[in-house]
Design a protein around this ligand. Sequence first.
Ligand code: GDP
Ligand code: MG
Length: 817
Amino acid sequence: MKLSELGTGERGVIVKVSGHGGFRRRIREMGFVRGNKVKVILNAPLRDPIEYEIIGYKISLRRAEASNIEVISESEAKKLLTEREALPALEADDEYIEREMTTLAAERRKEIRVALVGNPNCGKTSLFNMASGSHEHVGNYSGVTVDAKEGLFEYGGYHFRIIDLPGTYSLSAYSPEELYVRKNLVEDTPDVVVNVVDASNLQRNLYLTTQIIDMDLRVVMALNMYDELTAKGDKLDIKQLGYLLGMPIVPTVSRTGEGINDLFDKVIQIYENQDPHLARHIHINHGSELEQSIRAIKDLLKKNTDIRYKYSTRYLSIKYLEDDKEIDSVVEALPNRDEIISVRFREQNRIKEILNSSIGSAMIDAKYAFVQGALAETWEPSQGKRRRNTVTEKIDAFVTNRWAAFPLFFIILYLVFDGTFVLGEYPMKWIEWLVSTFGSFVASVMQEGWLKDLVVDGIIGGVGSVLVFLPNILLLYLFISLLEDSGYMARAAFIMDRLMHKIGLHGKSFIPMIMGFGCNVPAVMATRTIENRKSRLITMLIIPLMSCAGRMPVYILIAGAFFPDNAGLVLLGLYALGILLAIVAAKIMSAFFKEDDLPFVMELPPYRIPTAKSIFRHTWEKGRQYLQKMSGIILVCSMIIWFLGYFPKHNAYDTVQEQQEHSFIGYIGKAMEPVLKPLGFDWKMGVGIVSGVAAKELVVSTLGVMYADDEPVSVASGSMSDDKVGESESSDDSLSAGVSEALAETRLQRALVKSVTPAGALAYMVFILLYFPCIATFIAIKQEGGGWKWAILTAVYTIILAWVAAFLTFNIASLFI
Ligand code: GDP
Ligand code: MG
């Protein structure tokens, strides 16, 4: 009997709860667990909700919700007991009845309803006959337009009621068969679904599986025609595939009956919740754009509690976005339907713009990408009969080839970085020119004084020095978007997956790490594509060890001064050191994170030629985020650094160095000297380190000021925060036009060689590589990681790491050079 059918005052014992996973979880949390006693407080015929008492609490349930809960009622128990003549007439006391209700509920629970779902000709009917055949009662009954067969049999102490549903390729609302199967799964949800899959045609069969996954049901997969798979010589990692899909898989041959017992053993285990390891609810990842649309609809649907008992809201959202006719009418009846309709309209247009296809076909592509990715990881078709049919398969044969994959990958990476810097140089020059022109214009109209210095040097100079990197960042984004939209990026992640697993990460962590070589900030933002929280956090935390472009000027300056013959080697060594330490850090951190590390599928979408429009949108979208998040922070930091270098008593000294020495930043540098001495640095280098906190590019210009020989103060204020502003000829405040940048740099290099040992210089580069990434990255980690905790952790560990590494470098190098 259904719980909703119990009258006021009547008692019952819960047999089972059916429906989709989300509903069952929620109901279970309320206490509606099998074997629990429930009493009806008030059930008036036309009143909704109904009031119940369970485990001492009063709880209201909607009538529709209560109809998903099966119970043994008092009256039912009495009737059954009378039939069995086990009830001693009217003498039965409450306690006796209650005990009997519990026993009956446990008995009733032994009935498991199983539905067979699968493509046509995958062997459902054979399986059905094999399982139920030798037993009683195999009858036909008619559905509305299509037929389904129901059979009963006993196995393992359970009564099975098994239903052979019509074969379908999909669960959309196109054909009567599809609608029929869906109706059955939603309205008369079986206890366990057996997804019958033709093992000799995995791609197509697993597409249906992805739709069953959306519905959030309890599923066991019967990997049927397993004999054909082995005959072909294919290799399939069944266990791993099961992990990835979140359901147990049992190989079967329904023609001979092989594996059928194992299958129903598994069904019993799943029914009794005895295999939580394999049976977990996963989400098919449809890619960030589609997931955003799904989330938008889902948030609105969630407000309607009265449909949630019936449908998983995620499934409903996906179907609704796909313009499913049946789901349309479900949404039509909701109070907030106007809002939902307009959000669907908006999302459909957005997807059309970005992905250049309808949501419906984008969903299909994403599901196939999921299947493709899951199979690429677990399935190895026999060499002889492997056929490459589609364009994508042909390209993949080369791109993911054992020998070609890595060289190709590194060539593409090289092209991306080289392209970024070569092409980036032109707009970089323009921005430099713009900033310096603007700076000297402002300088010429403002009155002398600290305010002018603040605006020109602090604000325009400081922000300008970071702004010049914007073209590089946009170009990097452009290339990344190209690789993402074409489908290559997914392959790159796939290729790297096995290697990344060795350090406790996933293939998807690799792309952000690579982006870190350009700039750590977009790299941290790119970790969003990693679903697994543990992997995402670790990736974020090790990105600062990837040597970004901002550190390059420091290396060029110092390596050029101290190791002119081996500068390239030193550079390579620094990059390699960063990578090596990142690997070690990742390994250590993954040991610390206690979180579960469940496997997930790396989707392999079909290759396609990206459209200019979508590339532009993606690039712009990322660039906008970067600017939005960083502009304010950079502005504030530039002002702080300027302030520290300018005050106190800016005008009291004749030379730049003297002024710097007696500025706040000078004091900080000096205060740090005892800590820096063991690393072979002097206090001036300490000042460089302090200003590098804002952005590592600033280290060079700061050193330029600190080691300048005898230039007038007015020049220094121009070159302190940024040497680019100072270059302009028209301003009185600027560096004289005759002194070329190159000359200034070699002079700085000579000064450095005079005051630092080569070992100290080497240690300094190591320190600059590793210590505190920069304010912008720090903030990005705080925002993406969801808390200051992670940003502070990064700051602390990188500073300690930098000190230790520099100390070792200095001492070891001192022995040799
Ligand atoms: P349905 O359309 O899903 O109900 O599939 P059927 O049960 O009608 O089977 C389709 C065909 O596949 C029949 O010819 C079966 O004999 C054959 N078949 C079913 N199971 C297996 C199997 O495990 N191995 C092989 N080799 N053939 C099978
Ligand atoms: Mg059939």
